[in-house]
Design a protein around this ligand. Structure first.
Ligand SMILES: [Zn+2]
Length: 340
């Protein structure tokens, strides 16, 4: 098959790769009708997250099951399935508590890379969720979004305790931040403040349910949120970037007793202990247990209640994947969809 490999900073190659095969009896092989580039792929792309030699890329996937190993019982060839970036057994105590992304058997969800034609998925029964039938073509991007960015934004909103009556602020206007807005809306938040200075992203945030936009960031952004909330700060803040500035912005936007749901992959972030101590802010986040939310998210998409696929604003042939990375790196695109 052909697939995407990162060789070093800004060196993405689309090349001939070995066909994935069943290695463990719990594996499934799926063919990928579409794939995409993730904001978190930009960390190794930019060289901020070091890689250990040439690395197959892509961890968001939906697909058609082609073959299953001898111990796979729930997933069958011919099904259309959605998975996520970590494979999980979905049976251990941690999984049953809803933290599948910390499963005791956790491993990469698509170790052969999902920016490719085929992928091997470990622990298929625990990891994959089948849709009720074969989705129509135009629904596939939304199901693909559920695999990571929607599931992650959703976890951010849940971790921030975005519930009816609450004011939710979202730090970060990438795909995850925008879908955290959608999640907050679905979860019934009263006010949803998207923090963004890009017009096209502000427009999408409003479409997804943002009631207000704040363009200031950092200290000024936090001040602005306080002004808008009677000097208190938001009840719930989703952090969807992962830098020192964005994490502190999120903590400082939150009122005493409020909650930050942090889902941007933190890189070199240090939280000053004294400030945190006196903030009375709850912090909860980490790699999203997307598997927990997949049945509900698939149902919302299947019944056309939400259309998270709108975050894809650039579509390229799979072989032009390197341009897909460039466009996202330069913020010309929110998220790139790739067609094999
Ligand atoms: Zn588990």
């Amino acid at each position: 098959m052909q697939g995407t490999v990162l060789y070093g900073p800004r060196d993405v190659r689309f090349e001939e790769r070995p066909d994935p095969t069943i290695i463990e009896p719990t594996d499934a092989l799926i063919s990928l009708p579409l794939s995409c580039v993730c904001g978190s792929d930009l960390w190794p792309y930019r060289g901020i997250e070091p890689i250990d030699g040439p690395t197959p890329m892509g961890h968001e996937y939906v697909g058609i099951v082609e073959e299953v190993g001898s111990e796979v019982g729930l997933i069958e060839p011919g099904q259309f399935v959605v998975g996520s970036f970590f494979a999980s057994d979905n049976t251990c105590e941690i999984c049953r508590a809803g933290y599948q992304s910390s499963c005791i058997h956790r491993r990469p969800g698509a170790p052969t890379g999902a920016q490719a034609q085929y992928a091997r998925i470990p622990l298929a029964d625990g990891t994959l969720v089948a849709t009720p039938g074969m989705p129509p073509e135009e629904m596939i991007p939304s199901l693909l979004a559920a695999s990571d960015v929607l599931g992650t934004g959703w976890f951010g909103a849940v971790a921030a305790e975005a519930v009816p009556g609450k004011t939710v602020a979202v730090v970060g206007d990438g795909a995850v931040g925008l879908l955290a807005v959608l999640a907050a809306k679905q979860l019934g938040a009263q006010r949803i403040i998207a923090m963004s200075r890009h017009e096209s992203r502000q427009r999408l945030a409003r479409e997804f349910g943002a009631t207000e936009i704040v363009t200031e960031r950092g200290e000024e952004g936090a001040e602005r949120i306080k002004e808008m909330t009677g000097g208190l700060g938001a009840h719930s803040v989703v952090e969807a970037v992962g830098t020192q500035e964005s994490m502190m912005q999120a903590i400082r936007c939150t009122r005493a007793g409020g909650h930050v749901g942090f889902v941007g992959v933190l890189h070199n972030v240090e939280i000053p202990g004294e400030e945190f101590f006196f903030s009375h802010v709850h912090l909860h986040g980490g790699p999203a247990p997307v598997r927990r939310f997949l049945p509900e998210l698939i149902d919302l998409i299947w019944n056309r209640k939400i259309d998270p696929g709108k975050v894809f604003d650039l579509t390229l042939p799979l072989e032009e994947v390197a341009e897909g990375y460039r466009a996202m790196d330069e913020r010309r695109a929110i998220k790139t969809l790739l067609r094999p």
